[in-house]
Structure formats: structure tokens, C-alpha cells
Design a protein around this ligand. Sequence first.
Ligand SMILES: Nc1ncnc2c1ncn2[C@@H]1O[C@H](COP(=O)(O)OP(=O)(O)O)[C@@H](O)[C@H]1O
Ligand SMILES: [Mg+2]
Length: 219
Amino acid sequence: MIEARGVSKFYGQEICALQDLNLVIGKGEFVFLTGPSGAGKSTLLRLLLLQECPTEGDLIVGGRNLARLSPTETQAYRRTVGFVFQDFKLIPTKTVFDNVTFVMRVLGVPVEQQRKRTYQALKWVGLQHRLNAFPLELSGGEQQRVAIARALVNEPHLVLADEPTGNLDADLSRDIMTLFRDMNAQGTTVLVATHDRELIRSVDRRTLYLEHGKLVDRP
Ligand SMILES: Nc1ncnc2c1ncn2[C@@H]1O[C@H](COP(=O)(O)OP(=O)(O)O)[C@@H](O)[C@H]1O
Ligand SMILES: [Mg+2]
């Protein structure tokens, strides 16, 4: 599903965020990406989201080289990827329902479909009763569940999560990981970047360790 071939990312001359990275993540896998702060975890996710380009090397996702996508293909690709961030990135002036529907509206999904998929996604994360609430009226864990509903409403093939439990306590973190595991059980490939060792231990999946932009064996 994901293959990195000799991927490096430099910021200016000095900072090497990723250094000759080679990895393969299979379709339907659930993989953790971990390592200390500054190791390059977020950088790899940004490259996979096409928010930035590698300085060197190739990223291949679903058999496509991301560097060779046309603008139309790039848009189509982004639709197949769901992403969840630590700080949720919900739109504060929109309701829960609108936050989840928003992307589908932008993509021109028919209104009935939009409604149906939004209800389903919110039901799945257990927030169907908070459709009309605004993000700031929700707890941190609830906000993150909205962000997850938003990530999965497009039925992505791949979910990328960057420190998705970073702002949550241990119990809520477990709930969030259960959602990712359920998603994975339905065939979605999941890549979770986290520095939380406890979380990784509790889920027991393949773990990639990054240090100074390089993959290392278990430290
Ligand atoms: N936009 C940027 N400009 C300059 N340096 C950056 C930028 N983004 C990340 N870095 C640097 O790249 C390295 C990896 O960062 P990051 O991928 O955020 O690490 P992690 O997510 O593992 O904490 C760090 O040294 C960071 O300071
Ligand atoms: Mg990071």
C-alpha cells in the first residue's frame, strides 16, 4: 500500500528531517510510527498527504508514485486518504454535523449521501446525539471522535494519524485506538504516528522506529 524508496527530506541546507528512508506497509496493515520528538514522524505523514514533496526518493501509494500525479489525480488521491491530527483541526464556527459533512460538500457528493454518511460516521464514533453542538461545547475526547468521523466519512483506503491521542488521557486514548482498530478490521490501512509507548504497548502492532530521520531497530 505504502512504499518509500530512498526518501529524504531536507529543510534548507542544515536540517535533515528524513534520511534515505526505505519501508513497505502492506494493504490492510496497522502500523505505528514512533521515535523521539523531531525524529521525522510528522514529516513522513506530510509527505504522504502531499502537503510537501520529498527532496529525494519516491513515495509509492497504492501503486502510484506520488511525485507523478497530475493535479486531478492528486485531488482523487487525497480523497482516498483520511487524516487525524493531535489538535483535531475542527472548524469552531461549524456544528459537529457540518464539520463532518464539509469535505463531502466541497467534493460535490449528493446531499442525501452526505447526510446518510455523516449520520453513519457520527453514530460509529458514538456522537449521533451531538450533531448540533459546536466543537467548543465538546470534551477533548469527543472533539477527537468528531475528527475521526470526519476522516472516515469518505471511506478512505488509508488513514494517517499524527499523535491522535496527544491531548487525551489514557482512557480516552484507548477509546480512540479502538476506533482505529475497528477501521482497520474493515480493511483500511492505518498508520499512526505517536511517541506514546504505553499506547503502542496496549495495541501490539508492527512498530517502525524513527531516530534523526532514519529507521532504526527497536531501541
Ligand atoms: N517546515 C519546517 N522547516 C524547518 N524544519 C522543519 C520543518 N518541519 C519540520 N522540521 C524539522 O524536521 C525535523 C523533524 O520534524 P518532525 O517531522 O516534526 O518530527 P516529529 O514529528 O517526529 O516530532 C525536526 O528537526 C524539525 O525541527
Ligand atoms: Mg510530530
